[in-house]
Design a protein around this ligand. Structure first.
Ligand code: GLA
Length: 544
C-alpha cells in the first residue's frame, strides 16, 4: 500500500515537472503555419492552420482541410487551449463549427471530428441519410476513419494546385437567369456508362493515368460493352490566365491532345467543375465564368460535364439552385457541342423535378457513395421513392460504382451492380480498370445485367416486396419482359420464395438467371432459391 502511495507521489511530481513546458507553452506565440498530415483511404490528407495571434490571445488566419478552405471567423489561445471558429461546407450544408486544440510541446493537437464531415448526408426525408431523414447508416466514425486527434507541427504545406481561400465578402456577384426550360439535348437516352477518376484516384489524377485507362477500357472490352465516357473528376484544374480562361494544371499539359487521344480510342471525355468559386476539393470553380468555361471545354472536345454544388452553398441559397444550374445548362447549349450534363448537388431542393428542365441528363440523389456495403445500400435505397422521375434522357444518379475497389466482397459487388441496373442508374465504373481481377471483370462485363440497365424503355425499377432479410426489386422492360432482383440483406444464406401472383406478374413466365447465365425454362407460379448473405438473384422474366 505504502509503495503505491509513494509511486503516486513520484508520478504527481513527475507530472508537476512535466507541466513546466506546458506553462511555458501558454506564452507561446502560435503565429505561423501548422500542418497535420494523415493517411486515409483518399491518400494522404493535409490540414493546414495558418494562425496569427495578437497580444490579447485572439487568433485569426485560415484553416484548410481536404474539404474546405476558409478564414478563421474568431479564435483564441488561452493557456494551452486553442479555440477556432470556422465555417465548413459539406454536401451543400454550411455549418459553423468550433474546433478545439491544445498546445502540447511543439505540437498543436486538434480534435478531428470538428474538421471533418460527420456522416454521409442525403436528401431530407430519406431514411439513412444524414440530411435529416433519420439516423445515418454510415453514422459512427467519419468515412475517412481519421483518428480523434490530428497532430499539427510548424511546417510548409505540400505544393498543390488548389486555388486557395476565397474572400466571400468581396466575391463579385453573378446574375442568375430568369427560370425557363432549357431544351433537351437528346443525349443519354439510356443511362450514361463510363468510368470516373474519383472513387479510386480522388484528386491524384494526371494525363498519363487517363491515357492508360483509355487503353485499358478498350483492351478489357469495357468500351465495347458500352462504357463510353472517361470522366476526369476534381483535381484537373489549374489557374485562370489573364483573359479568365481556366487552364488545366501541370498534370494535364494539353487537354485538347488528351481529348483527341481518348476520342481516337472510340471513347468520350468528361470533366468536372462547380458553380461555386471552388470545387469540393478546393480547386478553381466556374463561378462567374460559366460561359467562358463552357466554351473552353467545348474547344478541347469535352463530351460530359459533372457540375458539383460545393462552395456554391456559400454564395447562394438552395432556392437559387435551379437558376444556378440553368446558367451552366444554357452556357453548354450555347457552345453547340453536345455534352452530357450531370448535376451533382446530393439530391437536395427537389432536383428530380427541375433537373431535366435545366438541361440535366442525370442528377445525384444522395451524398457520396463509399466503398462499403452499408453506404452502397443507403444510396440505392433512396432511389426507390424517386423512380417516377427517370426516363430516357433524364436519370436519377445514386453515385458511381465502387465495384473492384476492394471494400466489399465479390458477392456484395454483384448485388451493387444488379441494384444499379434495376434502378436504371448510370453505370460509371470507379475502379482501376488497368488491373481488373476475374471477379471484377465478370461483374462489370456482365452484358445481361448491363442490358437491363440499358433497357430502352427507361423505366426505373422499384423495391416491391420485403420478405425477412430479403428484398425484391422489379423493373418493367417493356414488351412483356421484367427484370427481378432478390437481395439478401442478411449475413446468412436464406431462401427466397417468389410467387408471380404476389408480385403482380402473370403465370407461366419464362426465366433466365442473369448471373448464372442459364435459362430456367417456363416457371408456372414462381421460383424458390437460396441466396448467399449479401447476395443477389437476378432474373429476366418474359411473357410469351
Ligand atoms: C463531391 C462529389 C464527389 C466528388 C468530389 C470531388 O464530394 O460528391 O462525387 O466529385 O466532390 O471533390
Amino acid at each position: 500500500m505504502r509503495s503505491i502511495v509513494r509511486r503516486w507521489g513520484e508520478l504527481l511530481s513527475t507530472l508537476a515537472l512535466s507541466a513546466v513546458p506546458f506553462v511555458a507553452a501558454a506564452a507561446t506565440d502560435v503565429t505561423g503555419t501548422w500542418v497535420a498530415r494523415q493517411a486515409s483511404p483518399m491518400g494522404e490528407m493535409e490540414f493546414v492552420f495558418r494562425l496569427k495571434g495578437d497580444a490579447k490571445g485572439a487568433l485569426s488566419g485560415s484553416v484548410t482541410t481536404p474539404f474546405n478552405d476558409g478564414p478563421i471567423l474568431g479564435g483564441s489561445v488561452r493557456d494551452t487551449v486553442i479555440t477556432l471558429s470556422i465555417e465548413t461546407e459539406f454536401f451543400g450544408d454550411l455549418q459553423r463549427r468550433t474546433v478545439t486544440g491544445r498546445i502540447v510541446g511543439d505540437q498543436l493537437q486538434f480534435e478531428s471530428a470538428a474538421l471533418m464531415p460527420s456522416a454521409p448526408p442525403g436528401p431530407p426525408g430519406v431514411p439513412g441519410a444524414g440530411g435529416g431523414g433519420g439516423p445515418a447508416l454510415g453514422a459512427g466514425p467519419p468515412p475517412m476513419n481519421l483518428p480523434q486527434t490530428l497532430i499539427a507541427r510548424r511546417g510548409t504545406p505540400a505544393p498543390s494546385f488548389k486555388a486557395g481561400p476565397v474572400d466571400y465578402k468581396t466575391l463579385p456577384q453573378v446574375e442568375l437567369p430568369a427560370l425557363r426550360i432549357v431544351p433537351e439535348n437528346g443525349l443519354a437516352m439510356t443511362p450514361p456508362m463510363g468510368w470516373n477518376t474519383w472513387n479510386k484516384f480522388h484528386t491524384q489524377v494526371d494525363d498519363k493515368t487517363i491515357r492508360g485507362i483509355a487503353d485499358a477500357m478498350v483492351a478489357s472490352g469495357m468500351r465495347d460493352a458500352g462504357y463510353a465516357y472517361i470522366n476526369i473528376d476534381d483535381g484537373w484544374e489549374g489557374r485562370r490566365d489573364s483573359n479568365g480562361v481556366l487552364q488545366p494544371n501541370a498534370n494535364f499539359p494539353d487537354m485538347k491532345a488528351l481529348a483527341d487521344y481518348v476520342h481516337s480510342k472510340g471513347l468520350k471525355l468528361g470533366l468536372y467543375s462547380s458553380p461555386g468559386p471552388r470545387t469540393c476539393g478546393g480547386f478553381e470553380g466556374s463561378h462567374g465564368h460559366e460561359e467562358i468555361d463552357a466554351r473552353t471545354w467545348a474547344s478541347w472536345g469535352i463530351d460530359y460535364l459533372k457540375y458539383d454544388w460545393c462552395t456554391a452553398s456559400r454564395v447562394w441559397k438552395n432556392e437559387d439552385m435551379r437558376a444556378v444550374y440553368q446558367r451552366m445548362g444554357e452556357a453548354i447549349r450555347a457552345t453547340g457541342r453536345p455534352m452530357i450534363y450531370s448535376l451533382c448537388q446530393y439530391g437536395i431542393a427537389g432536383v428530380e423535378s427541375w433537373g431535366p428542365l435545366v438541361g440535366g441528363n442525370l442528377w445525384r440523389t444522395t451524398g457520396d457513395i463509399f466503398d462499403s456495403w452499408a453506404a452502397m445500400l443507403q444510396n440505392i435505397t433512396a432511389q426507390d421513392a424517386l423512380a417516377g422521375s427517370a426516363a430516357p434522357g433524364r436519370w436519377n444518379d445514386p453515385d458511381m460504382l465502387e465495384v473492384g475497389n476492394g471494400g466489399m466482397t465479390a458477392t456484395e459487388y454483384r448485388t451493387h451492380f444488379s441494384l444499379w441496373a434495376m434502378a436504371a442508374a448510370p453505370l460509371i465504373a470507379g475502379n482501376d480498370v488497368r488491373a481488373l481481377d476475374a471477379d471484377t471483370r465478370d461483374i462489370l462485363l456482365n452484358k445481361e445485367v448491363i442490358a437491363v440497365d440499358q433497357d430502352p424503355s427507361g423505366q426505373q425499377g422499384r423495391r416491391v416486396a420485403q420478405q425477412g432479410t430479403m428484398e425484391i426489386w422489379l423493373r418493367s422492360l417493356g414488351h412483356g419482359a421484367y427484370a427481378l432482383a432478390a437481395v439478401n440483406r442478411g449475413d446468412a444464406q436464406a431462401e427466397v420464395t417468389l410467387q408471380w401472383a404476389d408480385l403482380g406478374l402473370p403465370a407461366g413466365l419464362g426465366a433466365r438467371d442473369l448471373w448464372l447465365h442459364r435459362d430456367l425454362g417456363r416457371l408456372a407460379d414462381g421460383y424458390q432459391s437460396l441466396i448467399a448473405g449479401h447476395g443477389v438473384l437476378m432474373l429476366r422474366l418474359q411473357r410469351d
